[in-house]
Design a protein around this ligand. Sequence first.
Ligand code: TA6
Length: 305
Amino acid sequence: MDFPDTALLNSRFGSPGKIACRAGENGLPIIAIANGSGSCEISLYGGHVLSYRPAGHLPVLFMSKAARFEPGHPIRGGIPVCWPWFGPHPTAPALPMHGFARILPWSLAATDYTSRSTEIRLVLTDSEQTHAWWPHRFHLTLRVALENALKVELTTRNSDKEPFTFTEALHSYFTVRQIMDVTVRGLEGATYSDKVTGTDGHLQETPVVVRQEVDRVYENTETECVIDDAGLGRQIVVAKQGSRTTVVWNPWIAKSKRMPDFGDEEYTRMICVETANDTGNAVTLDPGESHTLAAVLSADMKAEA
Ligand code: TA6
């Protein structure tokens, strides 16, 4: 897997105190962006936001201590880009889980900064490799903007001659102090498919709590979610645009033990609240059309009770 030399990236895109490129594990290039609002790191491998830390806060995104940074293997934590399908491929389960965008090298196309915002734009386009998995021409842009929130935008453009349909997710892993002290608000009244039991049509009547493996797909919901972390006295707000599906996942005990790139106890310190468009909210683009999926993440210390 070829990546540009980080010295070359720095000469072209670097800016002291704002944008820096470095070689991470196995030489995978990492772009670090920073400003008065905080800091964020993004891997060119997978177009993958690895970390986000608002000024004055503990890290917002979770990264497994057992995560593997190896070409061909998805990174366990941060914000994996699931595209052009979410979950297993609908008809060819042997194809990569959650699509191929998160296991391919992206290019750094542009960086920009103002007094308030620092942003980068990564690009992934179709290739012989992607055609073998998905027979369409596309142009994918990931824009990551660090302001008083972290805005992550995934824009799909159909550069083919025929329409295509895709599903997608920004599969965000969030750090919590202790999962037993966490509730996720914002999905009350929505219905979900339970991927653990394989059943549909469940009504979410209360804020989500995790006391077992949770793998729920809420379709037709555009509301923002709030991860209320009583242990840290912090709320993480997961706002979204261009997304009609939200997924909530915690692997709990048994599944954690089955994941080699995830610590057996790490389920206690994370929860995924994913910004998506899954099957019932799949997106179809005509040639030349574009669609943007965006997650806007921010953290607030809870007001003293
Ligand atoms: O978003 C939840 C989910 O679809 C779960 O079913 C679980 O498979 C998780 O994604 C992680 O998938 P991965 O392929 O990254 O191990």
